[in-house]
Write a protein that binds this ligand. Structure first.
Ligand code: COA
Length: 572
């Protein structure tokens, strides 16, 4: 079938729907709905699709489009739920189960006939965007694929929604007033719900040290205490604030700006955002790398190491998958520690949500000298990738609970095996950020997929599903696990690998291959060649990268569907 995806942004869910519909043999086009109805009409005319699917839409589809074509809208709520802030209300209410519905576009929002829906369990600790990319995306894909199948059958009659249920199900846009935290009264669980419901966008507007900020990210802290609202500690760039009955970790802050201000603000690691405002007496309280987290000990740490027999697990999770110079150096230090341990399989990642999206564009944008910071960041990332590539005394595995992009994909592919959770989406390219790319990609990618496929992947700049990644040779396994079950599944599979009778042979073989590859072309040469391009990308004022980076961190909307997407699914 020829399907046109209409979306407000080419976001994670839209990418996943595209990749998974393509995997099932459909031809798929993409048109971004950016407020220009005529441009959308033109795309619909060009594609003449059999079906329109809208995975993520914040504006209405013009009436002549939905009357002329069946348009299926993905709504992140069960049948009957309506409105633009569904996930926010759900998380704020502390609901335990939820759903995603695929319904037909009609004049009234979320009021059309139901083509399919899929239930889901709300994870106890994840923030909104992690939930969206995990359980919500899984349920959305189930419902979209079922709806597409039903539509293709030509026989299915979608189910009408009852008028009474529709008026009862409407919930309005959630305003900042409804997100407010009352530090003097709200217990930790309420504070966390507010933070989770606002995660990623828009954050919770609050005052801290006399300044208005949006707070982003929230994790419980079980031991540290202080006066409610007070800053009691910092850890790895995050801040810890006391509540009436405990404390919470907040990873990122975004300064409030007057509406319409010329340059919108963007998120930064909280300690960096506070800068000189941070009182000197607030202590840095690091978490031990081998942090054991029994149910009773609640705290937060972005890097953790644990052992399960002869399997070492190096878990890491950085907000937005972005890895600053400091993140890369800390992770490398942890990796070096893991290398000293008596294990035969070392797993990287293994947590839900993003694996890595490469260098930290926000931290770079905020730096006094962004080009120098980019340079430091790419070197730190390369050092980490090199450490993985040159590990020859044990097998390494990258376990991707969620998506990876750009240098984050290359970090994953530096390991001997790549395991992706079903539903993970890889973006193995740098082009959209105006970068040649580094992280030894010119070595890593061709050795897995061949020279011409490496060129195609990096130049087409399109997402790749987990299944397709395995077909291409980028990954070795698709893990069928819910986001919350991924960690246990990875440990189980890694233990099997560690017990494999051919393990010793495989380690010897990889060592020989690395030595052979090094003799043909040293890793340093790949790095030097890539960095020659990257130096120009970062430091030459005529290069597009700085402008693209600024637009990305400030979330500027593209004026039209980017050409590499607009061409998709059209025959020349
Ligand atoms: N640096 C800083 N922040 C990043 C980031 C990066 N490299 N990659 C992603 N993020 C942030 C996004 O700004 C977004 O922040 P938000 O929570 O404030 O909205 C969040 O992570 C999630 O990313 P988003 O773009 O909404 O997710 P997506 O799944 O729709 O798209 C990508 C994923 C990876 C395709 C897209 O984020 C991207 O292109 N990232 C840049 C990749 C890159 O070029 N890296 C540098 C070269 S190594």
């Amino acid at each position: 079938m020829h399907i046109l995806l209409v979306a407000s942004a080419f976001n994670s869910l839209t990418q996943r729907v595209l990749a998974e519909l393509q995997d099932r043999g459909h031809t798929v086009g993409v048109a971004l709905a950016l407020g220009n109805d005529d441009a959308l009409r033109e795309a619909v005319r060009d594609h003449s699709p059999q079906l329109i699917v809208a995975p993520m839409l914040t504006t209405a589809i013009p009436e002549d489009v939905w009357t002329g074509h069946t348009c299926l809208i993905v709504h992140p709520g069960p049948p009957g739920d309506r409105g633009p802030s569904s996930l926010d209300w759900t998380l704020q209410d502390g609901a335990q189960s939820w759903g995603v519905t695929v319904l037909e576009a009609v004049a009234e929002m979320d009021a059309g006939d139901v083509w399919a829906w899929s239930p889901l369990k709300v994870p106890p600790l994840a923030g909104k965007s992690d939930f969206y990319r995990g359980e919500v995306a899984d349920a959305a894909l189930d419902a979209v694929l079922l709806a597409v199948e039903r539509f293709a059958s030509g026989k299915y009659k979608p189910r009408k929604q009852k008028a009474a249920a529709l008026s009862a199900g409407w919930r309005p846009f959630m305003k900042q007033a409804q997100r407010r935290i009352d530090w003097a009264a709200d217990p930790t669980e309420v504070v966390l719900r507010q933070l989770r419901a606002a995660d990623s966008q828009p954050g919770v507007l609050d005052e801290l040290l006399g300044v208005q900020w949006y707070l982003h990210g929230g994790h419980p802290e079980g031991e540290l205490r202080g006066r409610p609202g007070e800053l009691v500690a910092t850890r790895a760039g995050a801040i810890c604030r006391a509540t009436v009955d405990g404390a919470v970790w907040i990873a990122q802050l975004r300064p409030w700006r007057e509406p319409g201000s010329r340059l919108p603000s963007f998120k930064l690691p909280a300690v960096q955002a506070l800068g000189d405002l941070l009182p000197a007496e607030v202590p840095e309280v690091p978490a031990p790398l081998q942090l054991q987290l029994p149910a009773a000990r609640r705290t937060w740490s972005d890097i953790r190491y644990s052992e399960h027999g002869t399997v070492g697990m190096l878990n890491f999770s950085f907000a937005g998958g972005a890895m600053s110079t400091v993140h890369c150096r800390r992770l490398l230090e942890a990796y070096r520690f893991a290398q000293t341990r008596p294990t035969s399989v070392l797993v990287l990642g293994g947590l839900r949500d993003f694996f890595s999206n490469g260098i930290h564009l926000n931290v770079i944008e905020a730096a006094d000298d962004p080009a120098e910071e980019s340079w430091a960041n790419i070197h730190a990332m390369n050092d980490l990738v090199e450490a993985v590539l040159t590990t020859t005394d044990r097998l390494t595995v990258s376990a991707l609970g969620g998506n990876a992009a750009a240098g984050g994909v290359m970090l994953a592919l530096a390991a001997d095996e790549v395991w992706c959770r079903d539903g993970a989406v890889l973006n193995p390219h740098y082009k959209l950020m105006g970068l040649h790319g580094s992280e030894y990609w010119t070595y890593i990618l061709p050795r897995r997929v061949g020279e011409s496929e490496a060129q195609r992947l990096t130049q087409s700049a399109l997402p790749v599903s987990a299944k397709r990644a395995v077909e291409l040779g980028m990954a070795q396994r698709v893990l069928q696990a819910a986001p919350e079950e991924l960690g246990d599944e990875v440990v189980r599979m890694a233990a099997q690998l560690a017990a494999s009778p051919v393990l010793v042979e495989r380690i010897a073989q990889k060592k020989a291959v690395r030595a052979q590859d090094e003799s043909v072309k040293p890793l340093q040469k790949y790095r030097d060649e890539e960095l020659t391009h990257m130096r120009r990308n970062f430091f030459d004022a005529r290069e597009p990268h700085a402008g693209l980076r600024s637009a990305f961190v400030r979330k500027e909307k593209a004026p039209r569907t980017p050409p590499h997407l607009a061409r998709l699914g059209l025959t020349d």
